[in-house]
Each structure stands twice: as structure tokens, then as C-alpha cells.
Design a protein around this ligand. Structure first.
Ligand SMILES: NC(=O)c1ccc[n+]([C@@H]2O[C@H](COP(=O)([O-])OP(=O)(O)OC[C@H]3O[C@@H](n4cnc5c(N)ncnc54)[C@H](OP(=O)(O)O)[C@@H]3O)[C@@H](O)[C@H]2O)c1
Length: 246
């Protein structure tokens, strides 16, 4: 496909719901081609139907990047890796084994596998476009939450991959940037799942119900707007940030 009029390529994993969907709905760029990589489709985007907890999907992600970049004459590309999962919210070793492994693959492995694919695909395009890879991080990367071990570990791994790869990209002088930004507590399906979890499996559930009832949750669109604004700023490569820090 010719990308003649397209100035910006935007890829969102997990664009079908919550923060990813709000990123599509609040896209600030005209003349952008937008892809949603997740199992369900999203309005306003081209759907690449993938289960990202299945390693067989990762080469297909790279093919999507390469094909879109090949027909692209603009100079800016953005990947937002928003796909993530808490399921199973259970203490370690007490969940359904297959779901525990899917959690590890999606939260810990897919950010890195997809990050490598992204950087390879960009390097293969001459000239390499300016790009940002934005991971949706979490305060759970540094604070332990009983019941969320796979999620906490995946977010911690992604934070440190971001720091390391940001330094590598600067070392190479590439026009590519990687950032990881925690959004705070956001009113999405993931938060609904938390509030429905028995206290036995998630001892902090009462606090999350209180936060919800007290109106403390941010809206996905509010968060998405702040994330897009952040991407326009000259934030150092490899930064790991929290929107709550302003
Ligand atoms: N909500 C919060 O308070 C909060 C706080 C900190 C960080 N975050 C992070 O924000 C990101 C988005 O979460 P959300 O709150 O917006 O949750 P959400 O509404 O549940 O959305 C999760 C997204 O991830 C996608 N996803 C899940 N499993 C997938 C799989 N196997 N393959 C492909 N896509 C998959 C889903 O798409 P499909 O189901 O269509 O596949 C969906 O679009 C996550 O990384 C989460 O860790 C959220």
C-alpha cells in the first residue's frame, strides 16, 4: 500500500480497550495511519488481530511494522505497547498454570520481543524515521502487590529494558527513543477486574474499591491526552516516568 499522504505511522498494542483505545480516540496527528494490534478491533484503526501472549504472533508483529514502513514516505513513527494483563490475580503457583504462563509471556516477554522487532524494522528503513516506543508502565514495577506477581515482574522488566535500550540507542546515535510511563490508576476493564477479585487472592482489594468509590480514578482519555503531550516533549531516551509526578 502506498503511504504517500501519510506523515506518521502509529501502532498501538492493546488498542481495543482502556488506555490503548483512548490513545486511538485522542490521536493528535492528522495524516496518520493507525494500527491496533490486539485480539479485538477498535474504531479508527486498522486491525492486526493477534494474541500477543502467543510467541508465534511476534514475528507477525514485525511483518506488520516492516510492511507499513516499506510503503511509508513520512518521517515519524510511534509504537505504544499498551497490551497488558493482570489475570490470573492469584498468589504465585495458585493460579491456573496456562494462564500464569500467558501472563509471563504477555507482560514480561512481549514488550522485549516486540521492542526488538520494532528497532530491527526501523533500522531496515532507509532513512530511519524518527520514532518513539512508549511502554505503558506501572507503579507496580517497584511496589509489590500480593496477587499480581507476574504483572509486577513484567512491569519491572520493562522499566529496566527501557533504561538499558535508551542508553544503547543514544550510543548508536539512532533517531529512535524508548520511554516507559506509568499512568496512575485509570478507569478501565483492568481496574474493574481488580475490584471483583476476592480478598483471599488480592488482599488490597478494599483499598481499590475505596479509590473507585471516592472518584480517584483517572479517565483513559485524560491519561491518553497527557501521554500524547509527553511524546511531543524532549524527554531523555530511556526515561521511566510516572504521570503522577507531573
Ligand atoms: N488501568 C490502570 O489503572 C493501569 C495502571 C497502570 C498501568 N496500566 C497499564 O495500561 C495498559 C492498558 O491497560 P488498561 O488499563 O487499558 O486495561 P484494559 O482496558 O483491560 O486493556 C488491556 C488491553 O490489552 C490487550 N490485551 C490483553 N491481553 C492481550 C493479548 N493476549 N494479546 C493482545 N492484546 C492483549 C487487550 O486487547 P484484546 O483483549 O482485544 O486482545 C486490551 O486492549 C496495560 O499495560 C496496563 O498494565 C493500567
Amino acid at each position: 500500500m502506498s503511504g504517500d499522504a501519510t506523515e506518521h505511522l502509529v501502532f498501538i498494542t492493546g488498542g481495543s480497550s482502556g488506555i490503548g483505545l483512548a490513545m486511538i480516540e485522542t490521536l493528535p496527528y492528522a495524516n496518520a495511519r493507525v494500527f491496533n494490534l490486539s485480539r479485538r478491533p477498535a474504531p479508527g484503526s486498522e486491525h492486526v488481530a493477534l494474541d500477543l501472549s502467543d510467541p508465534d504472533s511476534w514475528p507477525r508483529v514485525e511483518t506488520c511494522f516492516r510492511e507499513a514502513l516499506a510503503g511509508f514516505s513520512g518521517d515519524r513513527a510511534t509504537l505504544v505497547h499498551s497490551a497488558g494483563v493482570l489475570t490470573p490475580i492469584r498468589f504465585a503457583g495458585e493460579g491456573e498454570p496456562e494462564a500464569e504462563v500467558r501472563n509471563v509471556l504477555l507482560n514480561s516477554a512481549s514488550p522485549q520481543a516486540i521492542g526488538h522487532a520494532w528497532l530491527r524494522a526501523l533500522a531496515a528503513r532507509d532513512p530511519e524515521p524518527r520514532s518513539t516506543l512508549l511502554f505503558i508502565g506501572s507503579g507496580a514495577s517497584s511496589a509489590p502487590y500480593s496477587g499480581w506477581s507476574g504483572y509486577c515482574a513484567g512491569k519491572a522488566a520493562t522499566d529496566h529494558w527501557t533504561r538499558t535500550v535508551g542508553a544503547e540507542l543514544d550510543h548508536r546515535g539512532r533517531p529512535a527513543r524508548v520511554l516507559c510511563v506509568a499512568p496512575g490508576i485509570v478507569q478501565t476493564a483492568m481496574q474493574a477486574e481488580i475490584r471483583e477479585t476476592p480478598e483471599r487472592d488480592f488482599p488490597e482489594v478494599a483499598r481499590f474499591i475505596e479509590l473507585h468509590e471516592g472518584g480517584a480514578l483517572r479517565t483513559p482519555k485524560e491519561v491518553a491526552g497527557e501521554l500524547w503531550a509527553l511524546l511531543e516533549r524532549d524527554v531523555p531516551n530511556g526515561s521511566v516516568l510516572d504521570l503522577r509526578d507531573g
